[in-house]
Design a protein around this ligand. Structure first.
Ligand code: 13P
Ligand code: SF4
Length: 370
């Protein structure tokens, strides 16, 4: 057993799975403070009305489309044209002809729009502090080393990666289509071709289980030991406590969570019926709560997702598995800096054209396999 490992290392899947629940996968970059005005309760009704009115006026004047991720503060979601998960935002951004694509989210999502945009379009981000601890774990030199060792290998990058990493990848996937992309690769590759899934080890575990369930060996799979510091801290005990308090509730888990393997075990061992514990992307969670009859839902993801979920099902009780699951990067987006972004046309997100050309190949594959 390999013991001396750090976040971002690449391991054979079986070793990664054995170690993922015991390894410190904390962030390798600073986590910023959440600005006071990211909390809706710190904005007066007068300020909210002024800022939201200005955002609506300016987006019309600029011919801008505002694409907000499900985790950004709710005051922003309420003035956005598109709200969704990373896959949906990429799809909608790519389909738009607006002059400005304004995306309150995080840098790796902004970069996708910048790589896909049409020549007349400009991509703007309200804050340049909106990074991602998971994307920071994906060290491009480790990926290049793996590719040198495995010249026939296939690299699947989760969407939470920067453009340099995507440019080294064969496929991208989002949480909404990680299973489908992995299956597509299994069906379209040699039986022994090595596969590297990166950077999220919990999502990688989820893909590995899918591989096993289709009768494939894990021997060809390698995983990167990366994690999101918000989701990794949603541990099995958080979910168990809520399940005990709400025995009738259905549980829905984002597969980046630190409780992913324990939750899967609950299902595999028959402790919880399969229909009572589901894995979904942030957008998939919204769809699920609309579809199921259960009045109570335990939600294991960043708490911002409760806003679009509760809008979709206002009569249901949504219970966060952990109230502390807050992404300080997403919360760098505020109504104030969204207003300034539209007013001053900042911050423009640009990408190196050659890097964008290479990254578009795996990104476009991700957009096709849905
Ligand atoms: P989704 O693709 O499910 O929106 O996830 C993106 C993300 O950053 C989750 O933390
Ligand atoms: Fe990145 Fe985690 Fe924030 Fe998602 S919740 S943007 S994975 S740090």
């Amino acid at each position: 057993m390999i013991l001396d490992i750090e976040a971002g290392d690449i391991l054979p899947a079986k070793d990664a799975i054995a170690l993922m629940d015991q390894t410190d996968l904390g962030p390798s970059i600073d986590v910023p403070e959440i600005p006071e005005n990211a909390h809706p309760e710190n904005i007066t009704e007068e300020e909210r009305e002024f800022l939201q009115g200005e955002v609506r006026r300016l987006k019309k004047e600029r011919n801008a489309l505002i694409l907000a991720h499900n985790y950004v503060p709710r005051d922003i979601q309420d003035v956005s044209d598109v709200i969704g998960d990373s896959l949906f935002l990429a799809q909608q951004g790519a389909a738009s002809d607006a002059d400005y694509l304004v995306e309150p989210s995080v840098l790796f999502m902004n970069q996708i729009l910048a790589a896909l945009k049409k020549p007349h379009q400009t991509v703007l981000a309200p804050s340049l502090e909106a990074l991602c601890s998971l994307a920071a774990h994906a060290d491009v030199t480790k990926i290049r080393d793996w590719k040198e060792e495995h010249p026939d290998g296939i690299v699947i990058s989760y969407v939470n990666t920067y453009l340099e990493v995507k440019a080294e990848s064969d496929y991208c996937c989002a949480s909404a289509n990680a299973g489908k992309v992995t299956l597509h690769i299994l069906e379209n590759s040699g039986a022994k071709q090595p596969i590297l899934f990166l950077p999220d080890v919990f999502l990688g575990f989820y893909a590995a289980k899918l591989l096993e369930s289709k009768g494939h060996s894990l021997d060809r799979l390698h995983l990167m030991m990366g994690a999101c510091h918000v989701h990794e801290r949603i541990r099995p005990h958080h979910v168990l406590e809520q399940q005990q308090l709400h025995p009738e509730a259905i549980t829905v888990v984002h597969p980046e969570c630190g409780c992913t393997s324990a939750c899967m075990r609950q299902v595999n061992e028959g402790i919880v019926p399969e229909d009572m514990l589901q894995f979904r992307s942030t957008q998939g969670m919204i769809k699920l709560v609309e579809e199921v009859p259960h009045p109570e839902v335990i939600v294991a993801t960043e708490v911002g997702n409760l806003h679009p979920m509760s809008k979709a099902v206002p009569d249901k009780t949504l219970i966060p598995a952990s109230r502390e699951a807050l992404c300080a990067y997403m919360k760098q987006n505020t109504l104030q800096n969204l207003y300034e972004c539209l007013r001053d046309l900042k911050h423009e997100i640009t990408v190196d054209p050659e890097l964008a050309r290479r990254a578009r190949i795996p990104i476009e594959r991700m957009l096709e396999i849905v």
